[in-house]
Design a protein around this ligand. Structure first.
Ligand code: ZN
Length: 317
């Protein structure tokens, strides 16, 4: 018997689980607070892995916020965990637990999870987009997870839509994330209210959440509706660009903001059709919601560890 451990390292929670050879139902699972801005994240991570440890574990997959180098297993820097700079996470975990550790960024792992177990099963060319406080992406191209030369490929949220656009979470301007993330929707709405636009929304200490704006939009508030329409419009431009680059058969949307439905996706579809280079990209293209919910990163890390292990066994055999 051989078990695999999957880790989903998030800004808020560390989730760990162990799985039998082919199952996606965990043998054991555990969740702890990351307390990302306090020292000792690595020790909390080790403890969370020990909690689900089993002597027959043979490999481990880790989904982590990036940017990171998946080839060396190094976290380059992550705004979520300030104490980690050029932190050799895979090497340190491997030394601690004595098994190979395979690391990649959370959006790539979620995309790989949706491809292996979720909404993208059976497709050969897939784009996964998660829209929450930020925008992340993962791409499967001809049955291969695209990682790139440095392992930094498919940062779809940081594609430039307008270099003079609003600031992005990464510090640059006009990225997809700066138009279409929950943070961007909230910031745009607050700015509109401050210019005197009429709305039912009340500024609570000068801020709003995308969820509050979605509720107002569903109740018919025109400013809130236009905020999602704007996000959808720019998302349509972004996906038109992705189609031209990757030509997928499926685009999968995950993340909290993607749950709002037509508020975002009607204007998205209109914009996508308007901006797509050739209509043939849209023939038989599936646009759908993610199937794995909050488990996408964890199951992606599981699928990735198994995939790497199978490749290794084939190489040896
Ligand atoms: Zn950015």
């Amino acid at each position: 018997m051989s078990l695999t451990i999957a880790v989903d390292l998030g800004g808020t929670h560390i989730r760990t689980a162990s799985y039998n050879s082919e199952s996606i139902t965990p043998v054991a699972h555990y969740r702890a607070r990351t307390n990302a801005h306090e020292p000792g994240v690595f020790d909390r991570l080790v403890q969370a892995i020990e909690t689900v440890w089993h002597p027959d574990v043979t490999s481990m997959g880790v989904a982590s916020p990036g940017p990171l180098d998946p080839y060396t297993g190094t976290i380059l820097a992550t705004p979520n965990i300030p104490e980690w700079k050029n932190f050799p996470l895979a090497q340190k975990l491997s030394a601690r637990f004595g098994v190979p550790v395979h690391l990649d960024n959370d959006a790539n792992m979620a995309g790989f999870g949706e491809w292996t177990f979720g909404a993208g099963k059976g497709h050969h060319n897939l784009i996964y987009l998660t829209i929450s406080t930020g925008v992340g992406g993962g791409v499967i191209c001809n049955d291969t997870l695209l990682q790139g030369f440095h392992g930094l490929a498919t940062e779809l949220g940081h594609m430039i839509i307008d270099p003079n656009g609003p600031p992005c979470g990464c510090g640059k301007n006009g990225h997809v994330e700066s138009f279409s993330s929950g943070t961007a929707i909230a910031r745009h709405t607050v700015a509109q209210i401050q210019t005197g636009q009429k709305t039912s929304l009340q500024l609570d200490g000068g801020t709003l959440t995308a969820k509050q704006i979605a509720e107002a939009a569903l109740a018919g508030d025109s400013l809130a509706i236009s905020a999602f329409a704007r996000a959808g419009y720019y998302l349509g431009i972004a996906v038109a660009n992705y189609l031209a680059i990757f030509d997928p058969s499926i685009v999968i949307f995950g993340g909290g903001v993607s749950q709002v439905g037509d508020l975002l996706f009607k204007p998205f579809q209109e914009s996508l059709h308007k901006h797509t280079f050739h209509p043939h990209y849209l023939d038989d293209l599936v646009i759908t919601k993610a199937a794995l919910g909050d488990d996408a990163g964890l199951l992606g890390a599981l699928a990735w560890a198994r995939h790497k292990r199978n490749n290794e066994m084939m190489r040896v055999a």
